[in-house]
Design a protein around this ligand. Structure first.
Ligand SMILES: [Zn+2]
Length: 238
């Protein structure tokens, strides 16, 4: 039974390390995934802004063409004014001229608005590009770390699993069952050291007589309150 007690302590250590490895591995994929989705959002924002710049540049170009057309029209009306013979004709051309001038104003205002938009978009693109660059390097760093961690933890995990198998080989299956059950229910801790007369798992008081029995290591005792297998580890009782 003494052998079993020490083996239980060892088993607990192996399982703690295995839990740690799982935790380490469990975290990084999430970080990488998170960075990836942030990157995707920023990249699609960048695409939208880039096509926005393109569209607005095209709009400005078309407005410039319209302005040129309007100016040609105005010049034509000016020439026609010299040749009018009646007041009616004069009024009609003047009216046309006014309307084209109004159009010209609108075109020019539109050009200013669209040019402002383009400038704003370009500023946003600059910011986005530097954010993407930063995110990208973070993403790459974490991906590399994850890959190397997965490689190294896979190695250690295999060794630990082998150790685990050796430890529990020949173990009383009921003890293993108790251990696994409590471990699952109690945050991964199936074995508790007695320290200063309390259970190291739930800090409940252990009667001296029970401690004497546990020290003898003749039988497996569990904590009445948390159910953990109680062990006495001399080195840890100070
Ligand atoms: Zn306890």
């Amino acid at each position: 039974m003494q052998k079993t007690t020490y083996a239980l302590i060892e088993l607990q250590e192996v399982d703690y390390r295995l839990d740690e490895l799982m935790e380490e591995r469990g975290d990084l994929p999430l970080i990488v995934e998170d960075l990836k989705s942030k990157l995707d959002v920023k990249k699609s924002d960048l695409e939208l802004l880039t096509s926005g710049v393109k569209e607005n540049k095209l709009l400005v170009k078309n407005l410039e063409i319209s302005i040129e057309d309007a100016k040609i029209k105005l010049k034509k009306y000016e020439d026609q004014l010299y040749q009018v013979k009646t007041n009616k004709e004069y009024d009609a051309i003047t009216l046309e001229t006014e309307s084209v001038k109004e159009q010209l104003d609108t075109f020019e205002t539109d050009i200013i608005e669209n040019t402002d938009k383009i400038e704003k978009y370009i500023e946003e693109i600059d910011i986005l590009e530097s954010e993407i660059e930063k995110l990208n390097s973070e993403y790459e760093e974490n991906t590399i770390e994850l890959e190397s961690k997965m490689r190294s933890t896979a190695e250690e995990e295999n060794i630990l699993l082998q150790e685990r198998k050796i430890i529990i080989d020949g173990f009383n299956q009921n003890i293993i069952k108790t251990y696994e059950k409590v471990r699952k229910a109690r945050d991964g801790m199936g074995v508790a050291n007695i320290k200063n007369a309390v259970c190291g798992g739930c800090y409940s008081y252990i009667p001296p007589q029970k401690i004497v029995e546990i020290k003898k290591m003749k039988k497996i005792y569990t904590c009445e309150f948390c159910g953990r297998i109680l062990v006495y580890n001399k080195a840890q009782d100070d």
